[in-house]
Design a binder for this molecule. Structure first.
Ligand code: UDP
Length: 240
């Protein structure tokens, strides 16, 4: 069931329901592109038709990554079940890969970050087949990056290039792959490698993760200004 928020069709599943669906699709080798969309992404799509088109026609699933999206869904009287973040899905899918001995490919973040992330996977997930990894600083037109992935035929590709870059990268990769679960995960390798800390659980539970990130990375302030604009747009819809 889809829930429309400012023309972005969100899939209304819990994290566990998503994982069950993804597992089936991975087993059936069905190509799957997943976008974990926060209010910033929704607002970006509103102003960028190419990205909007990608969400509508290329993404197989869109999850609500951010408490702002959940709030918006409540305000519109079409509540989404829960927040499902890219980082949490990444951890669940790593556990699945460990259990089923699946192959994964990692693309994104700075070289020193991805090196630590790769080592952590080798140490903590010994049954995961890490078939390749590389940093996220390359020209999207550089086909050698995609060719290296295609050659490995991974079960899962995680791209942490930030949006919209990661989604454009995965969209073009998806066309050329025969199978694979593809998901953009923003700054997840920075968190996974320990370079950036996620907010403490109590703060996450109070829905204050955004505040924690703001304090840690004040340069995000400008990006966060989009949040009140997002809520404004939802309020306009309610009145209309
Ligand atoms: N990044 C990258 N290539 C780029 C730009 C960014 O690999 O050309 C990485 C960056 O190192 C960081 C992640 O993408 O690990 C972006 O993190 P952010 O938290 O900003 O993600 P977003 O909130 O945009 O999804």
């Amino acid at each position: 069931m889809k829930i429309n928020i400012l023309d972005v069709p969100f899939d209304n599943y819990t994290e566990t329901e998503f994982i069950d669906l993804f597992q089936k699709r991975i087993e059936q080798q069905e190509k799957t592109l997943v976008v974990t969309a926060n209010p910033e992404i929704v607002m970006y799509a509103k102003d960028h038709p190419d990205y909007q088109e990608l969400l509508l026609t290329e993404a197989d699933f869109i999850t609500a990554d951010g408490i702002g999206v959940i709030k918006a869904s409540n305000m519109l009287n079409t509540p989404l079940k829960e927040r499902v973040t890219g980082y949490d899905l990444f951890l669940r899918l790593l556990a699945l890969a460990e259990q089923k001995e699946l192959s994964i490919y990692l693309v994104g973040a700075k070289q020193e970050v991805i090196d630590v992330a790769a080592q952590k996977i080798r140490d903590e997930y010994p049954h995961v087949k890490l078939v390749g990894y590389r940093n996220g600083y390359f020209d999207l037109e550089d086909r050698t990056v995609q060719d290296a992935i295609i050659e490995q035929k991974p079960d899962m590709v995680f791209a942490a290039l930030g949006f919209p870059r990661q989604e454009y990268f995965l969209k073009s990769l998806k066309v050329k792959l025969d199978k694979g679960y593809l998901m953009g995960i923003g700054g997840s390798f920075d968190v996974f490698s320990g370079t950036t800390k996620r907010a403490p659980v109590w703060m996450q539970n109070l829905h204050l993760e955004w505040f924690y990130r703001l304090v840690k990375e004040p340069t995000r302030f400008k990006r966060m200004l989009v949040l009140p604009q997002f809520i404004q747009e939802i309020k306009k819809l309610r009145k209309g």
